[in-house]
Design a protein. Structure first.
Length: 298
């Protein structure tokens, strides 16, 4: 064994314990027993010839030597992980990893997917969902994200893909025919919200000059669940019109108020600079933009 390189498992355990300050909690995160953590630290201390932790009743703390060692090692495994992710991202044989909201994937991307496969049979792509606007590009190895309302982050490149519109939607027979947009006391208790787009009703309310108590109603984890609730007659969802064409065509949903003011909701393709070097990126972006052009002509 290289005398300057202690066992990596012991180093990993030491860094974890040093960060958390507890053998038991570190064992839980490492999926081992506290006894295994203790043995690993003892072995590392024996290898180094010094104590790394003061062990008190129900409490541990780093020794002077332990603190010096920890300060030098604290980010080393993060750097190894990021270096591995970076290497994987530079490989030409790996898929392009795309992240988007479930509703966008199911309603917009997947119905068009066969067009891409037919024109690019050798391309390797992988699609993953997100319920957050904050995409861990580097941490998860994601190459690009398709999101609404996320331009302007200086860390990433954003390309405007398409403009959609926000509209209130419900089951066609949910509201009485004579219900007016301004009759808010008759319907605002039935608002449906989703966690991924928490401000949509506020934006619609302001644009339409309709005062709403947007704290009312029911919340769902994502837009797909919210739309399902609306189709079940549970209430009125605030939806992206262009993602609901199948629901409108099948008469499962309808625009709740025909006289409402449309709110533009742009979608962007967001990616780190290095994504542009991926062999499948440019053809995929060109295909996306071509599909948007085709949709705008129909």
């Amino acid at each position: 064994m290289d005398p300057g390189l202690p066992p990596l498992n012991g180093l990993r355990t030491f860094v974890k314990v040093g960060r958390i300050g507890s053998f038991a909690k570190a064992a839980n995160e490492l999926s081992v027993t506290p006894a295994a953590v203790s043995r690993s630290i003892h072995s590392l201390e024996a290898y180094l010839g010094c104590k790394l932790f003061h062990r008190m009743h129900r409490h541990i703390s780093l020794t002077r030597e332990g603190q010096i060692y920890f300060d030098n090692l604290n980010d080393i495994f993060d750097r190894i992980r990021l270096a591995t992710l970076d290497l994987n991202q530079q490989r030409t044989d790996r898929p392009l990893i795309i992240s988007a909201y479930p509703s966008f994937i199911v309603s917009w991307l997947v119905p068009r997917w066969s067009h891409y496969v037919q024109s690019h049979p050798d391309a390797q792509l992988r699609i993953v969902t997100t319920l957050s606007h904050d995409i861990p590009f580097e941490e998860k190895g994601i190459d690009l994200a398709i999101l609404s309302g996320r331009a302007g982050d200086p860390r990433y490149i954003s390309t405007r893909l398409l403009d959609t519109t926000l509209v209130p939607v419900c089951r066609p027979d949910y509201l009485p025919p004579e219900t007016l947009l301004g009759d808010t006391e008759d319907w605002q208790d039935a608002l449906l919200h989703c966690d991924t787009r928490p401000n949509d009703w506020d934006q619609w309310s302001e644009a339409n000059g309709v005062p709403l108590d947007t704290s009312r109603g029911q919340w769902f984890e994502n837009a797909s669940m919210m739309y399902e609730a609306a189709m079940s007659g549970l209430g009125i969802a605030i939806g992206i019109e262009e993602l609901l064409s199948r629901e409108f065509a099948s008469n499962r949903l309808a625009v709740a108020f025909r006289d409402n003011v449309e709110i533009v909701c742009p979608f962007y393709v967001i990616r780190p600079k290095k994504t542009e070097g991926h062999p499948f990126f440019r053809t995929f972006l060109d295909w996306l933009q071509d599909e948007v052009r085709k949709s705008s002509k129909t």
